[in-house]
Each structure stands twice: as C-alpha cells, then as structure tokens.
Design a protein around this ligand. Structure first.
Ligand code: SAH
Ligand code: SF4
Length: 361
C-alpha cells in the first residue's frame, strides 16, 4: 500500500485521513503542530500521540518534504535554496530579510508554460505542477533553516507566491498549501501576509476570491493589449478589459482593499510617459498600487533595464495623479535570486511536445 505523505494534506484532508484509519479528528491538529510548527520529520517524537498510534502511523503514512539541494547566501542577506523535485528538475525558493519582516518567495511549478518575454523561468519551459508537499515544503524547510528570533517569533512573517510558475494554473495544490500557511495549527499567517502573484488567469482569480482570498498581485507589465499580447502572451486569452473587471471583483471580497499591479520596467518598451498615462486610464476605477520592478537581465533576454531616472519619472507621473507607486528593490542578484532570475532546472516537456508536433507536421 502506498503511504500517504502527510505534508500533502491540509487540515480538512488530514482530518479525513485520521478518520479513515479509525482515529479521532483532533489527531489531525496534533499532528499539524508537530509537522508545521516544530518541523518534525518523523513520528517518534510526537509524544502526545498514543504509543499505538505512533507505531501504526509509519505503516500508513510518511513525512516526505522535497529534497533540499544546496543553499546560497547573498551579500545582502538574501538566501536561496534549491529543491530537488525529481530527476533533472529543481525549483528555487528565496528568503528576503527586511527590517520589519521576513519574506519567503515560493515556487508553484517546475518551470512555467506561459512564456512571458522577459522571464527566465518562462524561457525554460514547463515540466509539471508542484505537489502540496513541495509547495508548503519550501516554507517547512526555510523555517527549519531560519528558526525563530530571540522573542520566539518566526523569522518568516510573509509569503509571496512569486517564484517559479503560475500559481493559479496549479490551483488545487496552491489553495491547499495556502490553507496550511493560514491555518493557526500550522503556520498561522494572516491573509494579508500571503500574496499570490498571477499573470492574470481570470477564471482562476474568481475561484480564488471565492475559495481562499489572500492578497493578490497581478503581473500587468503593459498598458495596452497590443503590448501585453507580446510581453505576457496569456493576455491574448484574457485581455485587459476582462482582467480589470476581475481585479475589481477581487478587491470587493479580498482581504486588502487594493490590488498590487506589478510592472516590469523595460527600456524603450513600456516605460514611456504615454504608457504611464495609459496605465492611469486603464486602472482609473480599480483600487490599486503599482509596484515598478527593475528588469533583471539574464542571458539572451533581449531586453534592457530602464534607467533609474526613467523609472523615477514614470513613478512620479503615476503619483502626480494621486496613485501609489513603489519601486521594488533588487535583492539577491549576486546569487541569481532576484525576481525573474529563478531558473532551477527544468526538463522541459512543453517544448518537446511542441517539437514533436512540428516534426509531425
Ligand atoms: N507567474 C506569476 C508568478 C511568478 S513571476 C506571475 O507572473 O505573476 C513573479 C514576478 O517576477 C512577476 O511579476 C514577474 O513579472 C517578475 N519577473 C519575471 N521576470 C522578471 C525579470 N527578468 N526581472 C524582474 N522581474 C521579473
Ligand atoms: Fe510564468 Fe510568471 Fe514567468 Fe510569466 S512571469 S513566464 S507567468 S513565471
């Protein structure tokens, strides 16, 4: 019989599991404390479980986090861990320390199929979705590595699902992993401190709003459909009008009263004054904040980072109309841990499938 990996189960699934082996539901919560609050990797130390249950569990269940590869530490304190998720496949997770918080940037897929023009992950193609254990396992490992501060608080106070992959195209696993992040019996983070970043999968944004509303960041990157079709190809399926409507619906029910629009600054491509004006127009009735992201180059990307002065002027133009625009600080680029640089290792299947089709044609 296949043993169940308990790191794959959120509270509801864990309750169902314990019921299925004839145990009371409260066992689920006890085990969650051990797994997620103490980072237990075996059943032996779970001292508040009956001995008989401790003996039975290893026969039917296991605790199997993703395999930790090597760790890199940047001069600015950013840390990056590589996780082995099967032969030739690795994903990355990044910890970004700041004075008032510690943020973990989590991956949700091995690669990404959406192929945004400026994204290193996208250029690698797609292999598969990560499981719940592989997504939440990133937080599990990082908490074990970082421990707690002198006051006994966890070092990681915020999670952003902004690593490799499109979280809303791995919907069920993402929602279950987020449910553990929010669960007081596991990581106990507030909905406002867990942010999902999406390229704009409109129907899944609506499902998220209904199932698990957390803070939402939308990768906008362009101020009109023609440009966004090129930079973020999923725009051809869910164009800006639909996307803006979905954002408005989300704000109504979400835990924050704004959407964060991520906007990568590409020299001469989307950084002109008229783009700022179009952005203002496009988002005029969407409660939002803009987060301008300096482009992080990678080999053969074909783009250049906008000069600092251009970024400042772009931000001022938005702010002159009363909008909030911040510029993201680039962190960890000496260890390729900055936004868009996460590459891990992806044995690309999308391209292979595509090549086969081309050969056959
Ligand atoms: N797929 C989701 C989440 C992962 S990408 C999304 O697209 O939102 C997370 C963020 O990294 C996105 O805002 C993306 O635009 C940004 N990013 C991608 N490539 C980048 C690069 N080369 N430089 C800076 N940011 C980049
Ligand atoms: Fe995928 Fe996000 Fe990269 Fe686009 S920016 S290719 S959606 S990971």
């Amino acid at each position: 019989m296949n043993r169940v990996n308990l790191l794959d189960l959120d509270q509801a699934a864990l309750v169902a599991f314990f019921e299925s082996i004839g145990e009371k539901p409260f066992r689920a919560r006890q085990v969650m404390h051990w797994l997620h609050q103490y980072g237990a990797d075996s059943f032996e130390g779970m001292t508040d479980l009956a001995k008989s249950l401790r003996a039975k569990l290893p026969e039917v269940a296991e605790i199997r986090p993703p395999v930790l590869g090597h760790e890199q530490i940047s001069a600015d304190g950013t840390r990056k861990w590589l996780l082995e998720v099967g032969p030739s496949n690795r994903v990355e997770t990044v910890f970004i320390p700041e004075t008032d918080r510690g943020t973990l940037c989590v991956s949700t897929q091995v690669g990404c199929a959406l192929d945004c023009a400026f994204c290193s992950t996208g250029k690698q193609g797609f292999n598969r979705n990560l499981s719940v254990a592989e997504i939440v396992g990133q937080l599990w490992w990082a908490n074990r590595a970082l421990g707690r501060d002198p006051k006994g608080e966890r070092i990681i106070s915020n999670v952003v699902l902004m690593g490799m992959g499109e979280p809303l195209l791995n919907f069920d696993a993402t929602v279950a992993a987020v449910s553990l992040m929010l669960d007081d019996h596991a990581y106990g983070l507030s909905r406002r401190r867990v942010t999902i970043s999406t390229s704009g999968i409109v129907p899944a944004m609506d499902r998220l709003r209904e199932r698990m509303p957390v803070a939402l960041a939308v990768s906008l990157h362009a101020s009109n459909d023609a440009l966004r079709d090129e930079l973020v190809p999923i725009n051809r399926k869910y164009p800006l009008k639909q996307l803006m409507a979905a954002c408005k619906r989300y704000v109504n029910d979400g835990p924050r009263d704004f959407i964060t629009f991520e906007y990568i600054m590409l020299d001469g491509v989307n950084d002109r004054p008229e783009h700022a004006d179009q952005l203002l127009q496009l988002t005029r009735d969407v409660p939002c904040k803009f987060n301008l992201i300096p482009f992080n180059p990678f080999p053969m990307s074909g783009f250049r980072r906008s000069p600092g002065e251009t970024v400042r002027r772009f931000a001022s133009r938005l702010m002159a109309e009363g909008r909030i625009a911040t510029t993201r600080k680039t962190r960890g680029d000496d260890i390729d841990a900055a936004c868009g640089q996460l590459a891990g290792q992806v044995e690309d299947r999308s391209r292979r499938v595509l090549q086969r089709m081309e050969l056959a044609a």
